[in-house]
Design a protein around this ligand. Structure first.
Ligand SMILES: Cc1cc2nc3c(=O)[nH]c(=O)nc-3n(C[C@H](O)[C@H](O)[C@H](O)COP(=O)(O)O)c2cc1C
Length: 223
């Protein structure tokens, strides 16, 4: 990977980055039985590891799931949480249950992302210790997501699980916190829009409604 920080990006390169950002999608439909070459997986992990982190904590840990029985156990944990969510979601329960929210059983590679036990870093974390560590892990996952997209590989972020149960299944230390299950693999096609939009679950917010100046707007105030 290039390490020359004096690079000046040209117009085409800029356009490519914005194209990648717009083309990234959370994927839940994978080509069953497909694989991801090892060198691609290596690049995804390297991309993740380039992420910024509070105080340079680099608190992300990745556990690649290679054991088929473990994958089945994890899939069951996710099923369990989907049904727990369904029982709390209220009037939209039936719509919720129609959504495809994970591709654990069919993706080529399954990776658990774990927040490492706190190493005591104070720099940048005094007032928001857990939040800044979590944000750092999220930065690593976003890097991986974008890298997967340019490799034309789908990645889906799954957070529907009980972290205690997943931590136990992965033999994580008591103070580690599983944050995400990443389903990674070749896909038939990338969704045009977020799946939740395509399925009519929710619409995207326009940028204009979330970009403020100087203060949080008063309710009903014209932006
Ligand atoms: C922290 C986080 C957790 C998520 N967990 C899930 C999940 O458990 N299941 C799922 O289907 N999508 C999950 N997603 C994906 C979002 O639903 C998706 O990013 C959003 O609908 C926008 O779609 P897009 O990523 O294709 O733009 C998660 C995304 C984030 C950032």
């Amino acid at each position: 990977m290039a390490n020359n920080m004096q690079i000046i990006f040209n117009k085409d390169e800029r356009a490519t980055l914005y194209k990648v950002l717009a083309a990234r999608r959370d994927m839940r439909h994978f080509i069953q039985g497909a694989s991801v070459p090892n060198d691609v997986m290596d690049r995804l992990f390297e991309a993740a590891h380039l992420a910024p982190s509070v105080g340079l904590m680099q608190p992300w840990r990745f556990i690649s799931i290679q054991n088929e029985q473990l994958r089945k156990d994890i899939a069951r944990l996710v099923d369990e949480e989907i049904s727990n969510t369904a029982s709390e979601i209220g009037v939209r329960k039936n719509d919720f249950l129609k959504l495809k929210l994970e591709g654990i059983r069919t993706c080529a590679q399954l990776v658990a992302v774990v927040l490492a036990p706190d190493d005591g870093t104070l720099l940048g974390r005094r007032t928001l210790p857990l939040e800044t560590a979590l944000c750092s892990v999220a930065c690593a996952i976003e890097n991986m997501w974008l890298a997967a997209r340019v490799e034309n590989i789908g990645l889906g972020w799954v957070s529907l699980f009980d972290p205690q149960k997943l931590g136990a299944a992965l033999h994580c230390p008591k103070d580690a916190l599983p944050i995400a299950l990443l389903c990674i693999g070749p896909v038939h096609e990338f969704y045009e829009k977020p799946m939740l939009v395509q399925e009519g679950w929710r619409d995207e917010k326009p940028l204009a409604g979330i970009l403020f100046e100087n203060r949080w707007p008063i309710e009903g105030e014209a932006k």
